[in-house]
Design a protein. Structure first.
Length: 358
Protein backbone atom coordinates (compact mmCIF):
# COMPACT_ATOMS: atom_id res chain seq x y z
CA UNK A 1 0.00 0.00 0.00
CA UNK A 2 1.13 3.55 -0.68
CA UNK A 3 1.72 5.77 2.34
CA UNK A 4 -1.46 7.68 1.55
CA UNK A 5 -3.63 4.56 1.47
CA UNK A 6 -1.96 3.23 4.61
CA UNK A 7 -2.50 6.57 6.36
CA UNK A 8 -6.24 6.27 5.69
CA UNK A 9 -6.30 2.64 6.87
CA UNK A 10 -4.35 3.33 10.06
CA UNK A 11 -6.12 6.68 10.67
CA UNK A 12 -2.79 8.44 10.95
CA UNK A 13 -1.35 11.21 8.86
CA UNK A 14 1.36 10.60 6.30
CA UNK A 15 3.46 13.08 8.24
CA UNK A 16 3.12 10.98 11.40
CA UNK A 17 4.06 7.83 9.50
CA UNK A 18 7.16 9.48 8.06
CA UNK A 19 8.08 10.63 11.58
CA UNK A 20 7.65 7.10 12.99
CA UNK A 21 9.91 5.81 10.21
CA UNK A 22 12.59 8.39 11.03
CA UNK A 23 12.40 7.43 14.71
CA UNK A 24 12.73 3.73 13.90
CA UNK A 25 9.34 2.92 15.44
CA UNK A 26 7.54 1.83 12.28
CA UNK A 27 9.57 1.20 9.16
CA UNK A 28 7.81 0.73 5.79
CA UNK A 29 7.60 -2.74 4.36
CA UNK A 30 9.28 -1.44 1.20
CA UNK A 31 11.03 1.75 0.08
CA UNK A 32 11.37 2.40 -3.65
CA UNK A 33 15.14 2.67 -4.27
CA UNK A 34 14.60 5.18 -7.07
CA UNK A 35 12.07 7.69 -5.81
CA UNK A 36 12.10 6.87 -2.06
CA UNK A 37 8.35 6.28 -1.88
CA UNK A 38 7.26 4.31 1.19
CA UNK A 39 4.98 1.28 0.92
CA UNK A 40 3.33 -0.48 3.84
CA UNK A 41 1.83 -3.87 4.56
CA UNK A 42 -1.83 -3.56 5.67
CA UNK A 43 -0.98 -5.79 8.63
CA UNK A 44 1.15 -2.92 10.00
CA UNK A 45 -1.92 -0.75 10.65
CA UNK A 46 -2.50 -2.19 14.14
CA UNK A 47 1.10 -1.54 15.13
CA UNK A 48 0.92 2.00 13.73
CA UNK A 49 -2.12 2.81 15.87
CA UNK A 50 -0.48 1.26 18.93
CA UNK A 51 2.61 3.43 18.44
CA UNK A 52 0.39 6.50 18.21
CA UNK A 53 -1.48 5.61 21.40
CA UNK A 54 1.73 4.95 23.32
CA UNK A 55 3.14 8.27 22.16
CA UNK A 56 -0.01 10.00 23.43
CA UNK A 57 0.45 8.61 26.95
CA UNK A 58 4.03 9.88 26.94
CA UNK A 59 5.91 6.60 26.69
CA UNK A 60 9.58 7.11 25.72
CA UNK A 61 10.63 6.01 22.25
CA UNK A 62 13.00 3.29 23.48
CA UNK A 63 10.25 1.75 25.58
CA UNK A 64 7.73 1.89 22.71
CA UNK A 65 10.19 -0.04 20.56
CA UNK A 66 10.30 -2.76 23.22
CA UNK A 67 6.51 -2.88 23.69
CA UNK A 68 5.57 -3.24 20.01
CA UNK A 69 7.92 -6.21 19.72
CA UNK A 70 6.01 -8.12 22.43
CA UNK A 71 2.99 -10.37 22.13
CA UNK A 72 -0.33 -8.93 23.32
CA UNK A 73 -0.17 -10.29 26.88
CA UNK A 74 3.38 -9.14 27.49
CA UNK A 75 2.69 -5.77 25.87
CA UNK A 76 -0.31 -5.22 28.14
CA UNK A 77 1.83 -6.04 31.20
CA UNK A 78 4.54 -3.66 30.01
CA UNK A 79 2.03 -0.84 29.56
CA UNK A 80 0.56 -1.49 33.03
CA UNK A 81 4.05 -1.34 34.51
CA UNK A 82 4.84 1.91 32.69
CA UNK A 83 1.62 3.56 33.81
CA UNK A 84 2.13 2.46 37.42
CA UNK A 85 5.52 4.15 37.30
CA UNK A 86 3.97 7.32 35.83
CA UNK A 87 1.36 7.42 38.59
CA UNK A 88 4.01 6.95 41.29
CA UNK A 89 6.11 9.76 39.85
CA UNK A 90 3.03 11.96 39.48
CA UNK A 91 2.16 11.38 43.12
CA UNK A 92 5.67 12.46 44.14
CA UNK A 93 5.37 15.62 42.03
CA UNK A 94 1.93 16.29 43.55
CA UNK A 95 3.45 16.18 47.04
CA UNK A 96 6.17 18.60 45.96
CA UNK A 97 3.59 20.92 44.42
CA UNK A 98 1.58 20.89 47.65
CA UNK A 99 4.73 21.76 49.58
CA UNK A 100 5.51 24.67 47.27
CA UNK A 101 1.96 25.98 47.53
CA UNK A 102 2.15 25.79 51.30
CA UNK A 103 5.50 27.54 51.42
CA UNK A 104 4.44 30.34 49.09
CA UNK A 105 1.14 30.81 50.90
CA UNK A 106 2.43 30.91 54.47
CA UNK A 107 5.21 33.34 55.28
CA UNK A 108 5.59 31.94 58.79
CA UNK A 109 6.26 28.44 57.42
CA UNK A 110 8.90 29.81 55.08
CA UNK A 111 10.90 31.37 57.88
CA UNK A 112 10.54 28.62 60.48
CA UNK A 113 13.99 27.15 61.19
CA UNK A 114 15.53 25.16 64.02
CA UNK A 115 12.41 24.10 65.93
CA UNK A 116 13.08 20.36 65.85
CA UNK A 117 16.12 18.14 66.08
CA UNK A 118 16.92 14.44 66.19
CA UNK A 119 18.50 11.79 68.39
CA UNK A 120 20.07 9.11 66.26
CA UNK A 121 22.09 5.91 65.94
CA UNK A 122 23.45 3.98 62.95
CA UNK A 123 25.39 0.82 62.23
CA UNK A 124 26.31 -1.51 59.39
CA UNK A 125 27.47 -5.14 59.41
CA UNK A 126 28.84 -7.47 56.75
CA UNK A 127 26.41 -10.27 57.52
CA UNK A 128 26.93 -14.02 57.63
CA UNK A 129 27.47 -14.73 53.92
CA UNK A 130 29.20 -11.83 52.17
CA UNK A 131 32.97 -11.49 52.43
CA UNK A 132 33.00 -7.69 52.17
CA UNK A 133 30.63 -4.91 53.18
CA UNK A 134 29.35 -2.64 50.40
CA UNK A 135 26.73 -0.93 52.56
CA UNK A 136 27.38 2.49 54.05
CA UNK A 137 25.41 4.38 56.69
CA UNK A 138 25.61 7.75 58.43
CA UNK A 139 23.65 9.53 61.14
CA UNK A 140 24.20 13.11 62.23
CA UNK A 141 22.32 16.12 63.56
CA UNK A 142 21.04 17.10 60.10
CA UNK A 143 21.51 13.98 57.97
CA UNK A 144 20.49 10.34 58.06
CA UNK A 145 21.62 8.20 55.09
CA UNK A 146 21.91 4.59 53.93
CA UNK A 147 23.51 3.40 50.68
CA UNK A 148 23.81 -0.14 49.33
CA UNK A 149 26.61 -0.53 46.80
CA UNK A 150 26.81 -3.15 44.07
CA UNK A 151 29.47 -4.34 41.64
CA UNK A 152 33.23 -4.28 42.03
CA UNK A 153 33.17 -0.59 42.90
CA UNK A 154 30.10 -0.82 45.14
CA UNK A 155 31.84 -0.09 48.44
CA UNK A 156 33.40 3.07 47.06
CA UNK A 157 30.14 4.11 45.41
CA UNK A 158 28.04 3.82 48.57
CA UNK A 159 30.60 5.69 50.65
CA UNK A 160 30.99 8.41 48.01
CA UNK A 161 27.24 8.98 47.79
CA UNK A 162 26.91 9.62 51.51
CA UNK A 163 30.10 11.68 51.77
CA UNK A 164 28.77 13.95 49.02
CA UNK A 165 25.69 14.72 51.11
CA UNK A 166 27.49 15.71 54.31
CA UNK A 167 28.65 19.19 53.22
CA UNK A 168 25.24 19.96 51.75
CA UNK A 169 23.49 19.11 55.02
CA UNK A 170 26.02 20.83 57.27
CA UNK A 171 24.26 24.14 57.93
CA UNK A 172 20.77 25.37 58.72
CA UNK A 173 18.61 25.91 55.64
CA UNK A 174 15.34 27.88 55.45
CA UNK A 175 12.40 25.64 54.65
CA UNK A 176 11.77 27.51 51.39
CA UNK A 177 15.24 26.48 50.17
CA UNK A 178 14.93 22.81 51.05
CA UNK A 179 13.91 21.68 47.58
CA UNK A 180 16.91 23.42 46.03
CA UNK A 181 19.11 21.80 48.67
CA UNK A 182 17.75 18.36 47.84
CA UNK A 183 18.27 18.87 44.12
CA UNK A 184 21.87 19.98 44.65
CA UNK A 185 22.50 17.08 47.03
CA UNK A 186 21.18 14.53 44.53
CA UNK A 187 23.37 15.93 41.75
CA UNK A 188 26.47 15.98 43.93
CA UNK A 189 25.87 12.40 45.04
CA UNK A 190 25.45 11.25 41.43
CA UNK A 191 28.70 12.94 40.39
CA UNK A 192 30.56 11.50 43.36
CA UNK A 193 29.38 7.99 42.53
CA UNK A 194 30.39 8.33 38.87
CA UNK A 195 33.85 9.45 39.94
CA UNK A 196 34.17 6.66 42.51
CA UNK A 197 33.10 4.00 40.03
CA UNK A 198 35.48 5.35 37.37
CA UNK A 199 38.34 5.17 39.89
CA UNK A 200 37.49 1.63 41.01
CA UNK A 201 39.12 -1.58 39.85
CA UNK A 202 39.70 -1.26 36.12
CA UNK A 203 38.78 -4.90 35.58
CA UNK A 204 35.12 -4.06 36.17
CA UNK A 205 32.97 -2.24 33.65
CA UNK A 206 31.89 1.11 35.17
CA UNK A 207 28.23 0.45 34.35
CA UNK A 208 28.30 -2.66 36.54
CA UNK A 209 28.95 -0.72 39.76
CA UNK A 210 26.80 1.75 41.63
CA UNK A 211 24.68 2.26 44.71
CA UNK A 212 21.26 2.91 46.10
CA UNK A 213 20.79 5.99 48.27
CA UNK A 214 18.12 6.88 50.81
CA UNK A 215 18.69 9.99 52.90
CA UNK A 216 16.76 12.37 55.13
CA UNK A 217 17.89 15.96 55.72
CA UNK A 218 16.52 17.97 58.63
CA UNK A 219 15.83 21.69 58.62
CA UNK A 220 13.49 23.36 61.06
CA UNK A 221 10.17 21.52 61.29
CA UNK A 222 10.55 19.82 57.92
CA UNK A 223 12.74 17.17 56.42
CA UNK A 224 13.75 16.41 52.87
CA UNK A 225 13.98 12.96 51.34
CA UNK A 226 16.40 11.85 48.61
CA UNK A 227 15.75 8.30 47.42
CA UNK A 228 16.83 6.02 44.59
CA UNK A 229 17.01 2.22 44.48
CA UNK A 230 15.58 -0.28 46.95
CA UNK A 231 16.94 0.85 50.29
CA UNK A 232 14.02 2.07 52.37
CA UNK A 233 12.77 4.69 54.80
CA UNK A 234 10.01 3.94 57.32
CA UNK A 235 8.14 6.17 59.75
CA UNK A 236 6.67 5.23 63.12
CA UNK A 237 4.21 7.94 64.18
CA UNK A 238 2.28 8.18 67.47
CA UNK A 239 4.03 5.00 68.60
CA UNK A 240 1.89 2.69 66.49
CA UNK A 241 1.28 3.99 62.94
CA UNK A 242 4.07 2.36 60.88
CA UNK A 243 4.46 2.87 57.14
CA UNK A 244 7.06 3.04 54.39
CA UNK A 245 7.71 6.48 52.90
CA UNK A 246 9.83 5.34 49.95
CA UNK A 247 8.98 3.41 46.81
CA UNK A 248 11.41 0.74 45.59
CA UNK A 249 12.90 1.33 42.15
CA UNK A 250 13.14 -2.37 41.35
CA UNK A 251 11.81 -4.82 38.81
CA UNK A 252 9.72 -6.73 41.34
CA UNK A 253 8.19 -3.51 42.70
CA UNK A 254 7.13 -2.51 39.18
CA UNK A 255 5.51 -5.94 38.82
CA UNK A 256 3.73 -5.51 42.14
CA UNK A 257 2.52 -2.09 41.01
CA UNK A 258 1.04 -3.43 37.78
CA UNK A 259 -0.60 -6.36 39.55
CA UNK A 260 1.46 -9.13 37.94
CA UNK A 261 3.20 -10.11 41.20
CA UNK A 262 2.18 -10.23 44.85
CA UNK A 263 4.30 -9.08 47.79
CA UNK A 264 4.70 -12.72 48.83
CA UNK A 265 5.81 -13.80 45.36
CA UNK A 266 8.25 -10.89 45.14
CA UNK A 267 10.13 -12.14 48.21
CA UNK A 268 11.31 -15.23 46.32
CA UNK A 269 11.43 -13.86 42.77
CA UNK A 270 14.76 -14.73 41.06
CA UNK A 271 15.21 -11.12 39.92
CA UNK A 272 14.22 -9.43 43.18
CA UNK A 273 17.60 -7.67 43.37
CA UNK A 274 17.35 -6.13 39.88
CA UNK A 275 17.18 -2.33 40.14
CA UNK A 276 15.49 -0.08 37.59
CA UNK A 277 17.07 3.06 39.04
CA UNK A 278 20.31 3.61 40.96
CA UNK A 279 23.29 5.97 41.15
CA UNK A 280 25.90 4.67 38.72
CA UNK A 281 25.45 1.29 37.10
CA UNK A 282 23.33 0.48 34.08
CA UNK A 283 20.14 1.28 36.00
CA UNK A 284 21.10 4.96 36.27
CA UNK A 285 20.05 5.60 32.69
CA UNK A 286 16.49 6.08 33.97
CA UNK A 287 15.10 8.90 36.10
CA UNK A 288 17.12 10.38 38.92
CA UNK A 289 16.36 10.17 42.65
CA UNK A 290 12.92 10.86 44.08
CA UNK A 291 12.85 14.14 46.01
CA UNK A 292 10.21 14.85 48.64
CA UNK A 293 9.59 17.21 51.54
CA UNK A 294 7.74 16.03 54.64
CA UNK A 295 6.50 17.58 57.84
CA UNK A 296 8.32 16.31 60.93
CA UNK A 297 6.56 15.95 64.26
CA UNK A 298 7.96 15.51 67.77
CA UNK A 299 8.15 11.81 68.75
CA UNK A 300 8.32 10.62 65.14
CA UNK A 301 10.77 7.74 64.76
CA UNK A 302 12.43 7.09 61.38
CA UNK A 303 14.19 3.97 60.14
CA UNK A 304 16.45 3.92 57.08
CA UNK A 305 17.80 0.54 56.02
CA UNK A 306 19.31 -1.43 53.17
CA UNK A 307 17.53 -4.48 51.78
CA UNK A 308 19.81 -6.63 53.91
CA UNK A 309 17.29 -5.87 56.65
CA UNK A 310 13.98 -5.25 54.85
CA UNK A 311 14.31 -8.33 52.62
CA UNK A 312 14.67 -10.79 55.50
CA UNK A 313 12.70 -9.19 58.35
CA UNK A 314 8.95 -8.70 58.08
CA UNK A 315 7.47 -5.24 58.40
CA UNK A 316 5.51 -6.29 61.46
CA UNK A 317 8.77 -7.17 63.21
CA UNK A 318 10.36 -3.87 62.20
CA UNK A 319 7.36 -2.04 63.62
CA UNK A 320 7.47 -4.04 66.86
CA UNK A 321 11.12 -3.21 67.49
CA UNK A 322 10.73 0.46 66.62
CA UNK A 323 7.68 0.81 68.85
CA UNK A 324 9.28 -0.95 71.82
CA UNK A 325 12.88 0.29 71.80
CA UNK A 326 13.76 2.90 74.44
CA UNK A 327 15.98 4.82 72.03
CA UNK A 328 17.63 4.80 68.59
CA UNK A 329 20.67 2.87 69.81
CA UNK A 330 18.56 0.06 71.24
CA UNK A 331 16.45 -0.06 68.08
CA UNK A 332 19.51 -0.38 65.84
CA UNK A 333 20.98 -3.20 67.92
CA UNK A 334 17.71 -5.14 67.99
CA UNK A 335 17.12 -4.69 64.24
CA UNK A 336 20.58 -6.00 63.39
CA UNK A 337 19.96 -8.94 65.73
CA UNK A 338 16.79 -9.74 63.78
CA UNK A 339 18.74 -9.72 60.50
CA UNK A 340 21.34 -12.03 62.04
CA UNK A 341 18.63 -14.40 63.29
CA UNK A 342 17.25 -14.52 59.73
CA UNK A 343 20.64 -15.66 58.41
CA UNK A 344 21.99 -12.24 57.38
CA UNK A 345 22.53 -13.31 53.73
CA UNK A 346 23.46 -9.77 52.70
CA UNK A 347 25.23 -6.74 54.13
CA UNK A 348 23.00 -4.88 56.57
CA UNK A 349 22.83 -1.15 57.30
CA UNK A 350 20.30 0.75 59.33
CA UNK A 351 19.91 4.13 60.97
CA UNK A 352 17.22 5.18 63.42
CA UNK A 353 16.33 8.73 64.44
CA UNK A 354 13.85 10.21 66.90
CA UNK A 355 12.47 13.68 66.24
CA UNK A 356 12.65 15.85 69.37
CA UNK A 357 11.69 19.44 70.19
CA UNK A 358 14.69 21.70 70.71
Amino acid sequence: MTIGAFARLSRLSAKALRRYDELGLLEPALVDPVNGYRYYDPAQARTARLVAWLRRIGMPLARITEVIALDDGAAAAAIRGYWAQVEAETAARRDLAAFLIDQLSTEEAMTQVGTLGIRYAARTETGAVRETNQDAVYAGARLLAVADGFGAGGAGASTAAIEALKPVARGAVPAAELLNLLHDAAEQAARAVRDAVADSDGSAAPDESGTTLTALMWTGAQLGLVHIGDSRAYLLRDGELFFRITHDHSLVQSMIDDGSLTEEEAASHPQRALLLRALGGGASSGSGPDLDVREARPADRYLLCSDGLSAVVAGTELARVLAGADGPGTAVRELLALAAAAGAPDNVACAVADVVAL
